[in-house]
Design a binder for this molecule. Structure first.
Ligand code: SF4
Length: 78
């Protein structure tokens, strides 16, 4: 699997907690109620599918997943 990384734009995040609820291994809420990435590098194909699904679910499109080759899910509002 190509290396992949998760990025979360805290300025866009509205603190719904959805990402952390869907995967505590990858996301958590910080002290101010903003989502943040726990571990940026995606470790497996299964995890990649999970974080892509979570990125799709984020209501503010704050989560982006990138590989060395491509942006797999990028916020489009902009
Ligand atoms: S799902 Fe999106 S809006 Fe909700 S906490 Fe996570 S990054 Fe923020």
């Amino acid at each position: 699997m190509a290396k992949a990384w998760i990025r979360l734009d805290g300025d866009r995040c509205r603190g719904t907690g959805l990402c952390a609820a869907m995967s505590e291994r990858h996301f958590e809420m910080d002290g101010s109620g903003t989502g943040r990435v726990v571990v940026a590098e995606v470790a497996s194909e299964e995890d990649l599918l999970d974080v892509l699904a979570i990125a799709e679910c984020c209501p503010t499109e704050s989560i982006t997943v990138t590989t060395a080759d491509a942006i797999l899910d990028e916020d489009s509002a902009g």
